[in-house]
Design a protein around this ligand. Structure first.
Ligand code: PMT
Length: 403
C-alpha cells in the first residue's frame, strides 16, 4: 500500500516516543521508505539506534550534523517527503509549528516542507485541553495539517483522560487513508464558486452580501488535496484563496454565470458555494449618482439563476448546490435541490451561531434527491468540505460503474 512513498517520521520528546518504534516498523512493513527525525528530548526516551535499525537509515537529530556535503539535510528531507508524520507530537512541537519556529532538525524540516503533514498529539490531559494548545491546533488545521486524535485512558503522568498517543495501527490506517484520499479525485475536474457577487449601481457603489469565500475556499482546497484539478471562480471575498487551484476572479452574477459556463462541459463536479445576488440594479450609472431629493428608489431586476441553468444543462456532471436559510431548512433545501436538479444540496441555517457567513465553522445538513444524507454538527468549514467531498467522490465512482 505504501510502496514507493517516502514518509518522514518526526518524533518529539514524550514518553509515547517508545511507540514510534512500532509505528516505524509497521510503515516499513507496508513498503514505505521511512526517514526518521528525532528531537533531542525524544532521544532521551528512546535510542536513535532503535529507529535507525528499524528504518535502515541514519536518524537525524542535529541540524548541523551534515554528513553528505552534496545536500542540505533538512531541505533534502523536506523535499523528499510524500508525507510527514509527527508522532508523538508534544505541545511544544505543535506550538513551534503554529508559530513557524525552526530551532532544531524537526521544526526546521517541518517549516521547509511542502508535503502534507499528519500530527498525532500525545500529552497530559490538561495540556491537551489548554486553550493555547487548542488554538495552535486550530491554526494548523486551518493550514491543512491533519490530526490523529489522541486516545482516552490511563496516561503515563498518572491522570486518566484524553492525551494518549493513538495506537501505531491507527496511525498507519490514517496514513493509508491519506494516500487513498489524496488520489481519490485525481484526474477529476472540479469547479467551485465562492464569495459574494457584486452588483454595481455606479462606479463606487454596489450591492453585495456578507460572504467571505471561506466555505468555497475550503471546498476548493480539500478537492485539490484529493488530487482534483480545481478551478475556483471567486467573486468578492475577504480571505486569501487556497494554493494549488486555478483562480478566476469575477464580480457580478452575470460574470460568474459566464465563467462557470465556460468550464461546465469539461467539469466532472460543480460546487456552488457562492452567495449569488438574486437581483441587480436595472441600470448602472456611468458616473457617480448625485445626491438629490429625500428619497432614492432603486429598481432591481432578477439575475440569472446560475445553479438552475447548470441543472437544466446537466449531462454527466455532479452538481452541488448550497442553501443559506434562516427557517424551514429541510423544506427549502429539498425545494432548491429538486428545482435546480442538484445531486447534493448543502443547507446551512445562517441564523445559528458558528454557521454560515464569514466564520471559520459551519453547521450543515447535506441532502440528496431521496432526502437527508448527513447532519454535520458545528465543525470547521475545512472539515465539512472534506465530508462533502467524500460523498461527491462516492457519487462519481457510482456513476463510473454505471449505477
Ligand atoms: O463565504 P462564507 O462567508 O464562508 O459563507 C458561506 C455561505 C453561507 C455563503 C455558503 O455556505 C452558502 O450557503 N452559499 C450559498 C448562499 C446562497 O446564495 O444561497 P441561496 O439559497 O440564495 O442560493 C441557493 C443556491 O443557488 C446556491 O448554491 C447559490 O450559489 C445558487 N444561486 C443563487 C442565486 C443565483 N442567482 N444563482 C445561483 O447559482
Amino acid at each position: 500500500m505504501l510502496r514507493g512513498k517516502t514518509i518522514v517520521l518526526g518524533i518529539s520528546g514524550g514518553i509515547a516516543a517508545y511507540k514510534a518504534a512500532a509505528l516505524c516498523s509497521k510503515l516499513k512493513q507496508e513498503g514505505a521508505d521511512v526517514r526518521v527525525i528525532m528531537t533531542e528530548a525524544a532521544a532521551k526516551f528512546i535510542a536513535p539506534l532503535t529507529l535507525q535499525t528499524l528504518s535502515r537509515h541514519q536518524v537525524y537529530l542535529d541540524t548541523f550534523d551534515e554528513r553528505d556535503p552534496g545536500v542540505v539535510s533538512h531541505i533534502d528531507l523536506a523535499d523528499s517527503a510524500d508525507l510527514v508524520v509527527v508522532a508523538p507530537a508534544t505541545a511544544n512541537i505543535i506550538a513551534k509549528m503554529a508559530g513557524g519556529l525552526a530551532d532544531d532538525m524537526l521544526s526546521t524540516t517541518l517549516l521547509a516542507t511542502t508535503a502534507p503533514v499528519l500530527v498525532a498529539p500525545a500529552m497530559n490531559v490538561h495540556m491537551y485541553a489548554h486553550p493555547a494548545v487548542e488554538r495552535n491546533m486550530a491554526l494548523l488545521a486551518e493550514r491543512g495539517v491533519r490530526f490523529i486524535e489522541p486516545g482516552t485512558g490511563q496516561l503515563a503522568c498518572g491522570y486518566v483522560g484524553k492525551g494518549r498517543l493513538a495506537e501505531p495501527e491507527e496511525i498507519v490506517l490514517a496514513v493509508r487513508s491519506w494516500f487513498t484520499q489524496s488520489a481519490e479525485l485525481a484526474g477529476r475536474k472540479i469547479v467551485v464558486t465562492a464569495g459574494g457577487t457584486v452588483e454595481r449601481l455606479d462606479p463606487v457603489r454596489y450591492l453585495t452580501n456578507d460572504s467571505s469565500g471561506k466555505m468555497g475556499f475550503a471546498v476548493a482546497e480539500a478537492a485539490a488535496l484529493r488530487g482534483a484539478d480545481v478551478t475556483l471562480i471567486a467573486a468578492r471575498t475577504s480571505d486569501a484563496p487556497p494554493e494549488g487551484v486555478r483562480l478566476v476572479r469575477v464580480e457580478s452574477a452575470e460574470q460568474m454565470l459566464q465563467a462557470v459556463l465556460a468550464e461546465y462541459e469539461d467539469a466532472d463536479v460543480v460546487v456552488k458555494a457562492a452567495a449569488v445576488a438574486d437581483y441587480r440594479p436595472v441600470a448602472r450609472s456611468v458616473n457617480k449618482i448625485k445626491k438629490s431629493g429625500e428619497r432614492l428608489v432603486l429598481e432591481l431586476e432578477r439575475t440569472a439563476d446560475i445553479l438552475q441553468t447548470l441543472g437544466e444543462r446537466k449531462t454527466h456532471q455532479v452538481l452541488v448546490g448550497f442553501a443559506a436559510e434562516t427557517e424551514r431548512l429541510e423544506h427549502y433545501a429539498m425545494d432548491k435541490l429538486q428545482r435546480k436538479n442538484c445531486d447534493f444540496l448543502v443547507a446551512n441555517d445562517v441564523s445559528r451561531e458558528g454557521a454560515g457567513f464569514n466564520v471559520d465553522t459551519n453547521i450543515v445538513n447535506i441532502y440528496g434527491p431521496q432526502g437527508l444524507i448527513e447532519t454535520l454538527p458545528l465543525m470547521r468549514k475545512r472539515e465539512a468540505a472534506d465530508r462533502l467531498l467524500t460523498l461527491v467522490a462516492a457519487k462519481l465512482a457510482e456513476k463510473e460503474r454505471g449505477e
